[in-house]
Design a protein around this ligand. Structure first.
Ligand code: F6R
Length: 605
């Protein structure tokens, strides 16, 4: 997820672009770059690191001109570096990009045959070269032809050397808004970058090309036919807009989960089957292991617990999950056919990194599931699956967890196929259910008002329990961590059948219990466990697979999901747990995005 801005008007473009990038920096800060049209020349300046590095590089000599574009990068293809920074230029044009070009390897091959050479490792440079190759003197037909060849998600702002004061923009999946002003026009990833100058905007749809000059905004389709757009206006403050109007980054990130899941899953599906060719994982890989060891911390470890259940069920390969800080000091027994999987959002967690290094020193194969490209864990593992949650700003992890889980499901299907526990037909059915689970996440988000209401009664409790069986137990652990982390309420997650072996003595009149019952197979047992705590006075909130699978009088409150296959219920169910944590913390007036004593990336042991 990157931030992009295009500008043409009457003000100094360099300062407009830097100001806009400052507001977009939350979208990524691996590098930043600008391009200004100066006396008909497209002058580019870019720098690795935060926007301040670019500001320093520009210093007191900004390029002079009133049209340009800018980019702040969250690295996906290619490590953060000056070369990999945007804009990427060719003989005829330059562009900035937010998204992922899925067929870039194939396009690159063709371009190399035609004599193109590349300076960066990015997919973006391939898109620029594709447009350059198609350039016919008409930017609109050049862009249209290129978009028919480019696959993936993108928001592009493009400038052509022959038309140095015109800004072109297109998008597919990635966000991009056109913000018309008076005598000046903007195109931006989000309106925060232009809000100081105009509050008018419209969204660009797939298959539309925006053409911006100082005095006009034109939108055409890929055949050059004009498209009418309806403008809207916003009354946001800049502060609110930086969170896209959300009160907290956490809520924003919870709602981003369907898009994050799609971005992570889609590149790993080929012809309806799981495929990790996108990650350069070789064919034979999945048949090479008879044991899997997952190592991670916190929420990432909880994603591992779901992964264990799914891999064992689908592929029948034994999986162990361990917190990294224990694994590394335990002198673990790892055989030649053991795969160590390290899961980490940041890719920098010290214990997870140390566990990875330990595994490598013992000569076993390592696979990292990492959200931040170019991070230490991503660099050091033998194989890497980059999740595409985009930058996660709230300290409490939400969307990163869901995408980690989705990657583990696809791994489970690939292992299942490789060891012949499932055939292609079964794998294709599982993949399609996984895609369906993304829609169920969207439906779970609609439950927010019910959870906001339910959270009111947790706001002044001292202690709370989460209960579940099987996959629900794995989820209970995550629900408990999320709630204690941001609301500071003491919580415990228990395997529902285990409670009566001691901890049930803590259940007294009015103690809140959040019970999960999304697994049809375990429903009867789960209902018995709920009755056990109810009989001792617990106030039970039940999250059930649907309101038809359970009698309404089992619990004090029932929140029912839209039913999907049991195996996929963790995707919508975790959203409810995240929302409970969020609304409870909000009710208690906690600092949700920056909870006390915590940091986003734990780089100390
Ligand atoms: C909780 C949370 C932490 C992280 C843990 C590992 O909401 O975010 O528990 O999951 O610190 O961090 P990463 O995934 O960056 O290795």
């Amino acid at each position: 997820m990157c931030g992009i801005i295009g500008y043409t008007g009457f003000r100094p473009a360099c300062s407009i672009l830097l100001e806009g990038l400052g507001r977009l920096e939350y979208r990524g800060y691996d590098s930043a770059g600008i391009l200004v049209s100066q006396d008909g020349e497209l002058v580019t300046i870019k720098a690795k690191g935060r926007l301040d590095s670019l500001r320093q590089k520009i210093g007191d000599h900004p390029p002079v001109g009133t049209s340009g574009m800018g980019h702040t990068r969250w690295a996906t293809h290619g490590e953060p570096s000056d070369e990999n920074s945007h804009p990427h230029g060719t003989k005829n044009l330059a562009l900035v990009h937010n998204g992922i070009i899925e067929n870039y390897i194939e396009l690159k091959r063709g371009l190399i045959e035609k004599g193109y050479q590349f300076l960066s490792q990015t997919d973006t440079e391939i898109a620029a070269a594709t447009m350059d190759l198609n350039y016919d003197g008409d930017p609109v037909s050049t862009i249209a032809k290129s978009l028919r060849q480019i696959e993936g998600s993108y928001a592009f702002v493009i400038m052509f050397r022959d038309f140095p004061d015109t800004v072109y923009a297109v998008r597919k999946d990635g966000p991009l808004l056109v913000a018309p002003g008076d005598g000046e026009n903007f195109v931006v990833s989000d309106l925060t970058a232009a809000i100081g100058y105009t509050n008018r905007y419209f969204t660009l749809d797939e298959g539309e090309i925006a053409v911006l000059t100082r005095d006009s905004v034109r939108v055409v389709d890929l055949d050059g036919n004009p498209v009418e757009k309806t403008e809207r206006t916003v009354g946001w403050s800049i502060e609110q807009a930086q969170k896209d109007g959300f009160e907290h980054f956490m809520l924003k990130e919870i709602t981003e989960q369907p898009a994050a899941l799609r971005n992570t899953i889609h590149p790993r599906i080929k012809n309806g089957l799981p495929s990790f060719s996108y990650d350069q994982i070789p064919e034979g890989f999945f048949a090479s292991f008879d044991r899997i060891q997952i190592v991670a911390c916190g929420t990432a470890m909880h994603a591992g617990l779901v992964g264990k259940a799914v891999i064992e069920q689908v592929a029948r390969i034994p999986v162990e999950v361990e917190v990294a800080s224990e694994f590394r000091y335990r002198n673990p027994i790892l055989g030649k056919r053991t795969l160590v999987v390290v899961i980490s959002q940041s890719g920098e967690t010290a214990d997870s990194l140390a566990a990875l290094r330990l595994a490598r020193s013992l000569g076993v194969t390592t696979l990292a599931v990492v959200n931040v490209a170019g991070s230490s864990i991503a660099r050091e593992a033998d194989y890497v699956i980059h999740t595409h949650a985009g930058p996660e700003i709230s300290v409490a992890s939400t969307k990163a967890y869901s995408v980690q889980v989705s990657a583990l499901y696809l791994l489970a299907f690939s292992f299942g196929l490789a060891v012949k526990r499932i055939d292609e037909e079964e794998a294709a059915a599982l993949v399609s259910k996984l895609e369906g689970a993304v829609d169920a996440v969207g439906a779970a988000l609609d439950k927010a008002p019910e959870l906001e209401q339910a959270a009111k009664r947790f706001s002044d409790v001292q202690s709370l329990f989460f209960l579940g069986r099987g996959l629900d137990w794995a989820l209970a652990n995550e629900g408990s961590l999320k709630l204690k982390e941001i609301s500071y309420i003491h919580c415990e997650a228990y395997a529902a059948g285990e409670l009566k072996h001691g901890t049930i003595s803590l259940i007294t009149e009015g103690i809140p219990v959040i019970a999960l019952a999304t697994q049809q197979r375990l429903m009867g047992k789960m209902v018995s466990n709920i009755k056990e705590v109810k009989a001792r006075g617990a106030d039970v909130l039940l999250i059930a697979k649907s309101d038809e699978t359970v009698s309404h009088d089992v619990a004090d409150t029932l929140v029912a999901l839209s039913p999907i296959d049991d195996l996929f219920m963790p995707f919508p169910a975790v959203v409810l747990l995240q929302l409970i944590a969020y609304y409870t913390a909000k009710e208690r007036g906690c600092d949700i995005d920056k909870p006390r004593n915590l940091a986003k990336s734990v780089t100390v042991e």
